[in-house]
Design a protein around this ligand. Sequence first.
Ligand SMILES: NC(=O)c1ccc[n+]([C@@H]2O[C@H](COP(=O)([O-])OP(=O)(O)OC[C@H]3O[C@@H](n4cnc5c(N)ncnc54)[C@H](OP(=O)(O)O)[C@@H]3O)[C@@H](O)[C@H]2O)c1
Length: 252
Amino acid sequence: MGDILADGYVFVTGGDRGIGRAIVVKFASSNFNVAFSYHRNRSAAEETLKLIEEFGVDGFYIQMDVADAESVKRGFSEVSMRFPYLNVLVNNAGIVFFGTIDETSVEDWRRVINVNLTGVFLTTKFFLPLLRKASWASIVNIASIAGQTGNVVASAVYCASKAGVIGLTRRLAVELAPKIRVNAVAPSFVETDMVREFIDTPEKRRRVIDLHPLRDIAKPEDVAEAVYFLATEKSRFITGQILGINGGRFTC
Ligand SMILES: NC(=O)c1ccc[n+]([C@@H]2O[C@H](COP(=O)([O-])OP(=O)(O)OC[C@H]3O[C@@H](n4cnc5c(N)ncnc54)[C@H](OP(=O)(O)O)[C@@H]3O)[C@@H](O)[C@H]2O)c1
């Protein structure tokens, strides 16, 4: 059972690396007990766990495939055995596909939709009982600017999956109110493995920086700060919102 002196209980999907890791660290360093999932990268999960050890909160990871209902149900059971309830669910796990519609196979389409959109549905659906047990609870989904604009690099399927997450966020905000708030963040480029190939030379990096009026690229910590704000009581009267973390970029 988690440390009852902590401020609450959090679960983050895909918390082993990238944006998810920054979110896990942010909550742990803010005195929340944090469970997170990885999919294939157990060594990254182990590293993340080490990073949060110093904060003295209850932290652990589970293996879970968000696209697989049985795996999500198992994940729910594992988290339920350690945490009495959840205050915060962060649906962060995601994959990307780059390419035109001609280059997108039916299999590519299904894979991206299954992880990015169905994964948010499954995790939310099966983890709701733990959120409903808490005295306050909220869900933050990681959408993308790609779900808001016709994106220059992301594929149609990635854009569609993230637009779907935005629709799901808005509907669930109404459906789960007043007990549970539901918001999303919509980042532009964030420095992670997902977009590494677009920023791995000074020239490519410059091109990405120049897309943003604030002339920079977001760090995972920039997203984590916004997620923390939307998840916690500081934003208690905010629900159904999509917060852009895009350095002022709002075109494709
Ligand atoms: N980076 C960006 O520029 C950017 C911009 C906008 C939105 N986003 C969104 O932000 C979220 C995090 O992205 P990131 O940049 O941090 O990506 P990342 O570094 O590639 O990490 C992806 C995470 O998702 C997990 N994952 C992948 N497939 C999964 C599955 N089937 N089931 C469960 N977990 C799975 C991975 O687990 P393993 O490590 O075990 O594989 C990993 O933890 C994603 O939803 C992404 O679409 C990213």
